[in-house]
Design a protein around this ligand. Sequence first.
Ligand code: FAD
Ligand code: NAP
Length: 338
Amino acid sequence: MKLQENYSLQHHNTFGIYAKSRYFIEVNHAENLPEIFKLDLFSQVPLLVLGSGSNVLFTKDFDGCVLKMNNQIIYTPIDEGDYILVKADAGVVWTSFVNHCITNGWGGIENLSLIPGTVGASPIQNIGAYGVEIKAVLYECTAFEIASRTFKNFSNADCEFSYRDSVFKNKLKGQYIITSVTYQLRKHPKIDVSYGAIKDVLQQRGINHPTIKDVSEIVSTIRVEKLPDPSTIGSAGSFFKNPIVEKNVFESLICQYPNLVHYPSTLGRVKVAAGWLIEQCGWKGKFDGEVGVWKNQALVLVNRGNATGKDVYQFSEKIIESVDRKFGIRLEREVNVF
Ligand code: FAD
Ligand code: NAP
């Protein structure tokens, strides 16, 4: 463990925003956490747990301690008949974990290929893509409770998952550090290619019986074409969540906007594509200084140079206001703002 002071976070957030943290600590072994948290520091300053910083926006320096889990083990799996339980440490890079599972033929997370970030962050917002969420495969996760300095296991139900949300973003916010996650994967994978673009590419390639490797490769190809690469242009992926509206709100919107892109949600509600709303307000591909809306997907805000976190935040406010004025829908940020 090494405690550093006045530490730059610029290479620890995919937006590439310059911000400093008063303290920074990287933890290589979860079992050291109880000892580390005996340090006076942790009762004196606020704590921010960071993974790869691919879902955060720093709008100011952090006057506290940033802690990064850097434990790196993928454990020997447990065989459970048709399923396999695979545990990975929080610090493992998500894409490495996905590739490990694909190589071993374990199905369930192939649709989540190429999502940036760490295993430890995967339950935080119930990561999802192409019709699959982590909720479908998370068996349990282990977390360190800061107040009691003890470890606790959370079952899938304990995580209270919903759309891009979990208990860790709500009533337990800031109280736990996730140290490992166990996923329940299939030995005989069930392929789900129902989400638009995957099916089209399978057809183009003449693949009738795709394997998880095919799905992973296709998802990765689509993502590379559509999304900005954080190593060349800063972003945190989708900046906003897709709003989920009540049926009566949807009915009045669709009368006015018959092309409104929408999908059924739970409890009779309707999910509206936020990217479409933003595009209709004329934002797609537009820049204000260094901050802009990605040309291929209006849900993604980008930093093409040296934007500050405040620039990005203010730009996102303008988008929220204009979508609200036109459609009466207030977009919520998916990105965690600090
Ligand atoms: P960070 O950004 O570092 O942290 C995110 C939040 O989790 C913060 O609140 C942080 O405090 C908390 N946190 C992180 N690690 C821990 C831990 N060990 N214990 C407790 N709290 C923790 N997301 C999707 O869901 N689907 C996508 O398809 C997707 N595509 C993306 C594409 C791009 C190009 C980018 C840049 C982002 C994308 N994202 C997507 C968002 C992001 O990749 C995910 O949310 C990812 O899980 C964040 O992981 P991270 O390690 O970077 O977390
Ligand atoms: P897309 O395919 O252009 O679709 C636009 C939106 O419509 C998506 O946000 C998606 O909602 C929704 N959608 C599309 N097909 C759907 C279906 N069959 N049923 C229900 N909803 C459907 O989206 P994209 O930008 O290329 O992204 C593809 C996938 O990767 C999406 O699942 C998206 O969430 C995920 N992704 C997430 C991030 C992030 O940062 N969170 C960044 C990039 C991509 P959902 O978002 O609810 O799936």
